[in-house]
Design a protein around this ligand. Sequence first.
Ligand code: UFG
Length: 333
Amino acid sequence: MRILVTGGAGYIGSVVAEELIADGHGVVVYDNLSKGHRTATPAGADFVRGELTDTENLRRAMRGQGTEAVIHMAAYSLVGESVTEPAKYYRNNVTAGLALLDAMNEEGVRKIVFSSTAAVYGEPEKQPVEERYALAPTNPYGETKLAFERALPWYEHAHGTRYASLRYFNAAGATGQCGEVHDPETHLIPIVLQAAAGRRTHVEIYGDDYPTRDGTCVRDYVHVVDLARAHILALSSLGERSAIYNLGCGGDGYTVREVIDVAREVTGRDIEARVSARRAGDPAVLVASSARIKSELGWSPQFQDLRLIVESAWRWMQSHPAGYEDGAEAQAG
Ligand code: UFG
C-alpha cells in the first residue's frame, strides 16, 4: 500500500515510516521540518517538505504517488506550551488537520490513522484507562487532539473516510536509526539518560507526595516500535471498520523513581535525583487498558520490560551524541 505519513520526520513518525518500509509498503513522508528532521526519514521513503495547509502541495504529494491511506502524526505536542499558546495548537492540530482531511477527500483517499493521546482523558478517575472513560482534557494539547478525533466520525459519515485514532500513553525507546530528541526536552526518559551521560547535573523528580507506591507519578511506557506496529495493524483493519484504541503496556506502570533506578542499572552510571515541586497538570497515575487493541487487532507489545525500552534509548543516545546530524530536533505525536 502507498501511505502518506505526515510528521514522518519526527520521533514516532520516523519509526512508523521505518516499519512500513520494512513491511514492503510505499511511504511518502510529508513534514514541514519545524520540529522533525530530514535525516530521521528512513532510506526508501520519499520526502516532501510542506505545510498541511498548502493544499496544492499536499494534494500533489498524494496524487503523484497514488496514496491509499494517511497516517497523521504532524502536530504540536507540548502540554505546557499549549497552555500558554493555545492558538498555535488550535491552528496546527485542528485547522491544519481539517485541511488534511479535505485534501484527502478531494483526492479520494479514504483511510486515516491518527496519532491521538492519553491527554484526551485529562485526569481519569479509574485505572487502567479504558476507551469508554470520560473525555475531559485539562489543556489545549489534549483538547485539540480530541477536537480532531471528534471530526473523524463526521467525515466518515459524510465521505466514507475510515479512521483509527490511537491514544498513546508514554512513547519511549528507540530503534538503531531513530530516537527521541526534543528541544527543549521535557520527557522523563531522555532527561534521565542525559543526566547519565553527564549532559545534566541531575534529574528533578516533580513531586514525591502523590498517592502512589513511592509517592512519584506512575506512567505507562510503550516502546516506539510497538506503537509503530499498532499503526500498521490499525491500517490493515480499516477496510472493515473505524475504531479508537488506547496504546500502552498496562500492568502496574512505572513510577518516576523506578524509571530512574532502571536507568541507573542499564547505564551503570550514577544519576542524581532531586525532588522538586509537582509539575502543573500531571495526573498521579496514567496506565492504559489496551485490551481492546489486543483482542480486536491482536496487538502484542514486544518491549513490555522497561529495561528493554531504556536500553534501546541509551544505545541510540550513545550512537547519536549530538542528536541528528544537522542539529535540529525530531518530534512527533
Ligand atoms: N518527570 C519528572 N521529571 C522530569 C520530567 C518528567 O519527574 O524532568 C515526571 C513527570 O512529572 C511525569 C513523568 O515523569 O510524572 C513522565 O513525564 P513525561 O513528561 O515524560 O510524560 P507525560 O506523562 O507528562 O506526558 C505524556 C505524553 C504527552 C501527553 C501526556 C498525557 O508525552 O504527550 O502524557 O498526560 F499529553
